[in-house]
Ligand binder design. Structure first.
Ligand code: KG4
Ligand code: ZN
Length: 341
């Protein structure tokens, strides 16, 4: 029986390895961030990401074992992200997982990265336990640099896409605005910090599709509007007004996300809602989601930040559950750009 897996996540620019039980207990999760290497290019460079994964991965596997005080004897399978993501980056993780699976005579399974994000609220460790009453079904908002989608989740493998961004992801929108305002990359967290002392009503930004009949979203108009605003003001005035600009821009994104989450929760008569993905670290979004949950009597679960951003623990949890059901991948499994259908 599969009780514990080693998990590998290399879909984007973070290399991460974890050892996770089928119960969701995380024995260890370790990661190497490449933010500094990509910052000078103002965005993620796929070839650099793949090269860094190939350097970091094996030492991280050793570190994950050391931290958990375990060896290969304690591992029953290997879970690895094989979709969606940067193809070169995915290949590094996938080929490593296949090789280890062959060498150690244990099965491996390719995992959908988004499924990992959606089940991250179940993860637990020595510092963190999810609320006891947290279970399926729930409405989930997955928001990151690459994805912004709403799901109704009714069980393992049952993810019903309600709506998605028609263009840019919310995280990408945060990052582009931050870059244009001279705040570096990835800039979401800097916008969040500056916004804390700013006035969210100081500048007017569009909230596309907020009142339409669907659960879909759009952020490209907001991105262009942000660019125009920064150009009109010029570098000096932008610098002087950064807190107000960040607070106003952030509020436009958060208004749309909260409106769609509220609408989905109402439509599905949900009792539980979750936020997941890197953008769920945003303090304003968290506060507004908590307020929504209180007003509508919903159970809100946001995983700790270490499980919101890209990490191998969430991949390991999905892997352990699926492998316990008998699922394994064939040795000719390839990487894929496919998101959750
Ligand atoms: O899930 P994640 O770590 O990687 C992807 O799969 O994209 O998400 C990264 C995204 C980036 O766009 C980053 O700017 C954004 O999450 N982010 C934030 C905050 N922290 C991270 N956006 C807004 N406020 C934050 N505090
Ligand atoms: Zn992600």
């Amino acid at each position: 029986m599969i009780e514990r897996v080693l998990a590998i996540e290399t879909s984007c620019d973070d290399t991460s390895v974890a050892i996770v039980d089928r119960s969701g207990f995380v024995h260890s999760v370790v990661a190497a961030s490449q933010d500094l290497e990509h910052e000078m290019y103002g965005g993620i460079v796929p070839e650099i990401a793949a090269r860094n994964h190939s350097i970091a991965l094996i030492p991280l596997i050793e570190e994950a074992f050391k931290k958990a005080n375990m060896s290969w004897n304690d591992i029953h399978g290997i879970a690895v992200t094989n979709r969606p993501g940067l193809i070169g980056a995915l290949i590094v993780g996938l080929v490593t997982a296949k090789s280890l699976s062959q060498a150690k005579h244990i099965p491996f399974l390719g995992i959908n990265h988004l499924e990992g994000h959606l089940l991250a609220p179940f993860l637990k460790d020595a510092q963190h336990t999810p609320p006891e009453d947290f279970d399926y079904p729930y409405v989930g908002l997955a928001i990151s640099g690459g994805h912004t989608s709403l799901y109704h989740i009714t069980g393992l493998g049952e993810y019903h896409v309600l709506g998605t961004t028609k263009d840019d992801a919310a995280g990408e929108c945060f990052d582009k605005f931050a870059k244009m305002a001279g705040l570096g990359f990835p800039g979401g967290v800097k916008v969040d910090q500056l916004a804390k002392t700013g006035n969210p009503e100081a500048y007017e930004f569009p909230r596309s599709m907020i009142h339409d009949d669907t659960f879909d979203m759009s952020f490209s108009g907001l991105k262009s509007s942000g660019q125009r605003m920064l150009e009109q003001l010029g570098p000096e005035r932008v610098k002087e007004n950064l807190p107000d600009l960040c607070a106003s821009f952030q509020e436009a994104i958060v208004d749309v996300l909260i409106a769609k989450l509220d609408k989905a929760a109402k439509f599905y008569k949900a009792k539980r809602i979750i936020l997941t993905g890197g953008v769920s670290a945003n303090s304003r979004l968290r506060a507004r989601a908590e307020d929504l949950a209180k007003r509508k009597n919903l159970r809100l679960v946001i995983p700790p930040i270490r499980y919101c951003t890209d990490n191998a623990a969430m991949i390991g949890y999905v892997g352990a559950l699926r492998m316990a059901r008998g699922e394994t991948s064939a040795i000719d499994l390839g990487p894929s750009p496919q998101a959750l259908a």
